[in-house]
Write a protein that binds this ligand. Structure first.
Ligand SMILES: [Zn+2]
Length: 385
């Protein structure tokens, strides 16, 4: 189809493409001259992405981490039976992946679902939070509309990648979609560099090569979009950066060694950079904070920090007490992984390596400061005359 003359807002989400990495690479500088650091949100993509899509903070949309202590509503009551199988089988990543897939089907979850390394015998203490596809209607826990609900409601023709698919497939689908010429809004989802940077680290040649590949692919997409639209405004942004891992913390072993009973005295989730505790009695309320105060690898997150980061959940559903590791220290082994990695994210949002980025073909009226500000930029494109 020939050029339709319409204006297209072309948004590209690149997981883990932080401000530091952008500074070190020339990535599309000539076509995306506007660039700025973009503050991230405390937590992982599971809380960053809902903030990008709704423009509200975690305490409002209700998304933070995947596991939350909820023994009465846990869908994993029978999971301990799996621990009767030999660990040599169930310990394998591929086997756990298949068990995750079975659970996802069985529970009719449409969101991103992975059991990770949560031990089977602990699963009945927990509920899983991301049950629904964030990008589809009703995907947000507390019911806030996303930018896509807005586009659907207004009947704006838009393209949205399938987050379950790989980058090549998503780029091919986007290329086909922009050739139609009738689109007003496009959201391209690219998430594979996150795995590259976890495996090789944020300063690796593999990371630089991935950035160069994005540069070539996205230039081509922009050119194609320009051939079929009167004007294309391109916006590329990320959810968080990536920090080089320098050492592992054995905090889980320290807590397991306290002689407290899981599910009676306390419950805990050991995310990759954050340990979250539910203190169920006075013994745990005394012993766990006292133990953590002596751990040099991180600090107990204050209520003031949680408020500032928008993660002060009114019912403390994600934990009574958060212990955040220092940048570069990986909680390993933990419930999200058992083996060391070269890069990790989920440290203090203010740490330079945590900071996300925003870059665009046109300077926005108000430059975005933190992830929630992207929503206003997307709304402006969606509502453009
Ligand atoms: Zn990641």
């Amino acid at each position: 189809m020939a050029n339709s003359g319409a204006r297209l807002g072309l948004f590209v989400f690149v997981d883990a493409f932080g401000w530091e990495l952008l500074q070190r690479n020339a990535f599309m500088r000539d076509v995306l001259p506007f660039r700025c650091p973009l503050g991230t949100i405390f937590g992982y993509s599971s809380t960053c992405d809902p903030t990008i899509l709704t423009g509200v903070l975690p305490r409002e949309h209700g998304h933070f981490s995947f596991y939350r202590y909820a023994p009465e509503s846990s869908p994993f009551k029978l999971a301990p039976l799996l621990s009767l199988l030999p660990a040599s089988i169930t310990g394998r990543g591929r086997v756990r992946h298949h068990i995750s897939k079975w659970y996802k089907r069985h529970l009719h979850y449409t969101g991103y679902f992975q059991l990770y390394s949560m031990p089977f015998d602990l699963l009945p203490h927990f509920d899983y939070t991301e049950k629904k596809d964030l990008y589809q209607p009703g995907g947000i826990i507390n019911g806030q509309p996303t930018i896509f609900d807005h586009l659907r409601g207004r009947g704006v023709p838009f393209f949205l990648s399938d987050w379950r698919k790989g980058e090549r497939e998503n780029l091919t689908a986007a290329d086909e979609a922009v050739r139609d010429g009738k689109l007003r809004f496009a959201y391209v989802y690219l998430a594979a560099m996150d795995a590259t940077l976890h495996q090789y680290g944020p300063e690796s040649e593999e990371g630089r090569a991935h950035v160069r590949w994005y540069d070539a692919q996205l230039r081509r997409l922009l050119q194609t979009a320009q051939q079929h639209h009167g004007e294309v405004r391109m916006h590329v942004f990320s959810d968080h950066g990536m920090t080089a891992v320098t050492r592992s913390s054995g905090l889980m072993g320290v807590i397991n060694g306290l002689g407290l009973k899981f599910g009676v005295d306390y419950a805990a989730v050991f995310d990759s950079t954050l340990a979250r505790f539910w203190l169920l009695n006075d013994r745990a309320r005394d012993l766990i904070p006292r133990t953590l105060a002596g751990v040099q690898d991180g600090h107990i997150v204050s209520d003031g920090e949680l408020r500032h980061w928008g993660a002060d959940f009114p019912d403390r559903q994600y934990g009574d007490l958060f212990f955040l590791l220092n940048p570069g220290v990986l909680l390993c082994p933990g419930h999200l992984g058992l083996t060391p990695l070269a890069g990790m994210h989920g440290y203090a949002p203010e740490d330079p390596d945590s900071v996300a980025m925003y870059t665009a073909s046109h300077a926005p009226e108000t430059p975005p400061k933190r992830l929630e500000d992207l929503y206003g930029i997307m709304r402006a494109e969606a509502d453009a005359p």
